[in-house]
Design a protein around this ligand. Structure first.
Ligand SMILES: C[S@@+](CC[C@H](N)C(=O)[O-])C[C@H]1O[C@@H](n2cnc3c(N)ncnc32)[C@H](O)[C@@H]1O
Length: 234
């Protein structure tokens, strides 16, 4: 596992402000995070089911938090290797102990990095991944569009980007929707209403295939972007 001080100091663009902001949010929350979020971060297990990585494949989670998704995915897909980055060193502390407790340090590595600018070669010694997952993190990252660009550029040809996050709750009753959005704002969460058009633009520009759903009456949005495989040699 990484997340060592050498990872941190090696990157000149170390994201001090984002780290301070997320550490403030999660310093105490991380201790009750997994127990409470299981009731409202819907769709995470469907995303993990859908990974279905080939043997030896590499999967990165951007904004891995407490490591909950990485641990479940590694258990469910025992032939793949998993990696996680998070800007919060508090969350990474929880992730590192969760991974160690389950005896998974050989299969899951995590490191401190910002989803808007990271170098997997520097962090993990590999240039790109077979799959990238982003679960309920884009709604907390101001420059979420940049995260999508960076994630796409860190995928191998034929790679897949999986996303689950809050939707705009359009099919919930008006009062429930207003209360929910106000409550999410208290946690610095902004549903990304433009997620579908932004992903469509990436798909159109790169020849990728986009699957997009709004499950749970629009409570969540779920997307899988599958990039074109490398063209075969003539
Ligand atoms: C709501 S939590 C989701 C955690 C996990 N993905 C899950 O599904 O349980 C959002 C995570 O995104 C992380 N995060 C926020 N801004 C980030 C950034 N710029 N780069 C990487 N991670 C970031 C936070 O520290 C936090 O761990």
């Amino acid at each position: 596992m990484s997340a060592s001080s050498s990872d941190i100091s090696a990157d000149a663009a170390w994201p001090a402000e984002a780290t301070r902001r997320m550490n403030r949010m999660y310093r105490r929350q991380r201790h009750i995070y997994d127990g409470t979020r299981r009731y409202y971060l819907l769709g995470r297990d469907q995303l993990i089911d859908a990974l279905k990585p080939a043997a030896g494949a590499t999967v990165l989670e951007i904004g891995c938090g407490t490591g909950r998704n990485l641990v479940l995915a590694a258990r469910q897909h025992p032939d793949a290797r998993f990696f996680g980055i998070d800007v919060s060193t508090e969350m990474l502390t929880s992730a590192i102990s969760a991974i160690a407790r389950r005896g998974m340090t050989g299969r899951i590595r995590v490191a401190h990095a910002d989803g808007t600018a990271f170098d997997p070669q520097l962090l993990f010694g590999i240039p790109c991944f077979d799959q990238v997952m982003i679960s309920y993190s884009l709604s907390m990252i101001p420059d979420w569009r940049r995260v999508l660009e960076v994630a796409s550029s860190r995928l191998k040809p034929g790679g897949r980007l999986h996303i689950v996050d809050f939707g705009n709750q359009e099919r919930l009753p008006g009062l429930a929707r207003a209360l929910l959005l106000r409550w999410l704002a208290m946690f610095d969460v902004t549903p990304r209403d433009e997620l579908e058009p932004v992903l469509s633009a990436i798909a159109n520009a790169s020849g990728a295939d986009l699957k997009f759903e709004r499950p749970f009456r629009g409570y969540a949005q779920y997307a899988v972007l599958t990039f074109a495989p490398e063209p075969e040699l003539p």
